[in-house]
Design a protein. Structure first.
Length: 152
């Protein structure tokens, strides 16, 4: 699933944003914005034009919205719930990412917001053994649809 692959790239940049680096070079803000750009795509008001988009340009949220629409009646229901949960996590992640970018060294708040941004991206992504339509929703949706003949 393209959304999954793109979300993994966004997670990489979210991890880089909180990795040790030399202060004052814009590392944190640039990597956080790169991750946001992958999630939202060009044309979205949250897209940062000053930083490249290392993803494919389509946007994780757009892929998920298209998958949701293509499910026609959302069967199984849990798969649509999982996609909706992923979208909610991604929306919240983008908000925390924007807050992290907008903060200026307020006693570690910038880093805390960036960590929350990464945590919410991870919640949307999940792990391969995720069995919940709420936490790790994208992996859950992939797992369920892999076993459906119309989605292979």
């Amino acid at each position: 699933m393209k959304a999954h692959d793109q979300l993994e790239i966004a997670l990489h940049y979210a991890d880089l944003a909180v990795a040790p680096h030399q202060p004052g070079v814009g590392w944190h803000k640039a990597h956080t914005q790169r991750a946001i750009n992958i999630v939202v795509r060009a044309g979205n008001p949250d897209f940062g034009k000053d930083v490249e988009n290392p993803g494919d340009g389509h946007g994780v949220m757009k892929y998920l919205q298209e998958a949701h629409e293509a499910m026609k009646g959302c069967s199984p229901t849990n798969t649509c719930d999982a996609i909706e949960s992923s979208l909610e996590y991604l929306r919240a992640a983008v908000e925390h990412g924007k807050q992290a970018i907008g903060m200026s060294r307020m006693a570690g708040m910038e880093l805390r917001q960036a960590r929350m941004f990464g945590a919410l991206l991870r919640a949307a992504h999940g792990t391969h053994d995720t069995r919940s339509a709420t936490v790790g929703a994208l992996e859950y949706a992939i797992h369920v649809t892999e076993h459906m003949p119309q989605h292979k």
